[in-house]
Design a protein around this ligand. Structure first.
Ligand SMILES: Cc1ncc(COP(=O)(O)O)c(C=O)c1O
Length: 323
């Protein structure tokens, strides 16, 4: 599916009335300094950018991505999006649909899920009124193909579909995430976050001031994200923008994997700092930054901001694969 069909590729954004209907976000999100031994020992300052506090149901990067993406939604349209069984983007879209009184359809990866009880994340989507349509993995992979997409939408009974891409990373969403970078101007030298589709990183890098850099920690294996970020930049801004890099070493086995040692690390961080640590993304980010500090990757005096892109979701840790 060409990115031009996604919201924000051409139309102007006017999210103000939407914001009122969704409830006011806590923006700019707080920036909290924490004293953490591996950083403090090296004279590195660690800050938490608490995007998890932005909205009770559409938290973190979900607010920054979803609200600008919804600006072109017309009366009578159905919000349609894509995600895996534990997708917090699906959950946020379902919640937005409920709050706006707009029907939602979720195309969910894995037709084997159709015959199983819903997991707590999908149960939440269902409770918010989202119609779930389970798609076999090979067709799900081909969802950008216009013919496949048309037939998926027909099967799902999506009337007048308004499409939001997987992970919510439309051009409008990427531009929305630039505000995250602008909020951090003058306050951090390195801003790090966990990446799934790369949309939040692409926007963040565009909003930071010259001299600061964005560091992405992919939670998925595959090494394809750099290309994704480059194409998101060209779709959203028409060219490459900002200073950014990826460190591909910290996916811990791939998406949805939570080795016992990483879970212990997250529990320990929660204990020390009172931060609820979301396990699919945020745990991998905080672990990566700790390792980087131990490798002396940040010179003394560096201000490192970790973007807390989400809060723990319903029943998640029980569904993650360990090892
Ligand atoms: C908590 C959390 N952090 C980070 C991300 C990654 O964002 P992106 O897909 O823009 O890379 C996601 C996925 O949307 C997420 O749910």
């Amino acid at each position: 599916m060409p990115s031009a069909v996604f919201p924000g590729a051409s139309q102007p954004e006017s999210p103000a009335p939407l914001v009122e209907r969704l409830g006011s976000p806590a923006l700019p999100s707080p920036l909290q300094e924490v004293v953490d031994a591996p950083f403090a020992r090296r004279g590195v300052r660690l800050f938490l950018k608490r995007d998890d506090l932005v909205h009770p149901e559409i938290a973190g990067n979900k607010w920054r991505k979803l609200v600008p993406s919804l600006a072109g939604l017309a009366p009578g349209q159905t919000l349609v999006t894509f995600g895996g069984a534990w997708s917090s983007h699906l959950r946020a879209t379902a919640a937005a649909g409920r709050l706006l009184g707009v029907p939602t359809v979720g195309l969910v990866r894995g037709d084997e899920l159709a015959t199983r009880p819903l997991n707590p994340a999908l149960e939440r989507c269902h409770a918010d009124g989202m119609r779930l349509h389970f798609v076999d993995r090979s067709r799900y992979r081909s969802k950008r193909d216009p013919e496949t997409l048309r037939s998926l939408l027909r099967e799902a009974g999506a009337v007048r579909p308004y499409l939001i891409p997987e992970g919510g990373s439309s051009p409008a969403a990427v531009r929305g995430c630039a505000e995250l970078g602008r909020e951090l101007r003058g306050r951090a030298d390195v801003v790090a976050l966990a990446c799934g589709t790369g949309g939040t990183l692409a926007g963040l890098a565009a909003g930071l001031e010259p001299g600061s850099r964005a560091l992405g920690i992919p939670v998925v294996k595959g090494g394809f994200l750099a290309d994704e970020v480059r194409s998101l930049h060209s779709a959203a801004f028409g060219s490459a923008v900002g200073s950014w890099s990826l460190d591909e070493r910290f996916h811990a086995g791939g998406y949805g994997r939570l080795p016992a040692a990483l879970d212990r690390f997250a529990l320990d961080f929660e204990d020390r700092h009172g931060l609820p640590v979301e396990r699919l993304y945020v745990a991998k980010l905080l672990h990566a930054l700790t390792r980087l500090a131990e490798e002396d990757a940040f010179p003394p005096g560096t201000r490192v901001a970790a973007v807390i892109t989400g809060a723990p979701g319903p029943g998640l840790s029980s569904g993650l694969r360990t090892g």
